[in-house]
Write a protein that binds this ligand. Sequence first.
Ligand code: FJE
Ligand code: FE
Length: 293
Amino acid sequence: MTVTPTSRSITNSVLSKEQAEGAGARVRRSIGRPELRNHDPFLMLDEFNVDKNGGFPDHPHRGFETVTYMLEGQFQHEDFAGHKGTIGPGDLQWMTAGRGIVHSEMPVKSQTRAHGLQLWINLPREHKMCEPQYQELLDGQIPRANPEEGVVVKVIAGESHGVKSQVYTRTPTMYLDFKVAKNKTVIQTIPKTYTGFIYMLKGTAFIGDKEFEGKAHHTLTFSEDGAETVKITTKDEDAHFVFIAGEPLKEPIVQHGPFVMNTTEDIYKTFVDYQYNQNGFERAKNWRSSIAG
Ligand code: FJE
Ligand code: FE
């Protein structure tokens, strides 16, 4: 007989060092780095730090979602359909690229530093070519769970301690931002079949029954043993981390930079569509953002 443990444990811990990305931006890559490739359904997680000279000028996406969560500073975005805005501290942009988005993501120039997280979530085959959609929430519109004094969970997607997010996830996903004071224990439930990880932003947390130590800028991946909770303890330091989990798609992944499809044939079609401004890229013709100059 096999016994299901009560808490998931940690199977891997990887440090993300800063690297150059985009145009003069710096990122700490979590999921997507060589040791953490394709953590199905997640493709990439970057902790980005951009000063006023950097950013991510005009570029396309197809076949997945980008979730941008600001921690400090302001980011502006503009796409080829004229959708634009500014994301400030604590705000969220959940962008379903679907069949195609071309956009620019740049810090607001008067700011000294823009700091945040961008997660790439793969889309299941039947949603890869869906109409693009934005779900945008200001900090104050994101619900909080407060299971005990000193523990605050922002529920970006999914559910924590009875508090549910209204974000629609085509790929079932949990995205929780935890701020935990020292000397606390929190139990977070997680569906049996989900894969998941914690990315540490600040301080130290101890995860699972064996209290695996997690420190800032480390990704800690969960065991896939069917346990339905994750036990998290703090000791002599406060901790800030994100808890991200989702249902694996178990589909073939063919990725070429910002295009993620199921087959090489569909990637080839995507290059043709992008080059000839068709099948979702119509508005890319002669478009240039006004913010990336
Ligand atoms: C990129 C394709 C991309 N990490 N973190 C290729 F889409 C990107 C890209 C980003 C990005 C954007 C933000 Cl706002 C935050 C990010 C990659 O836009 F950098 C490359 N090279
Ligand atoms: Fe982008």
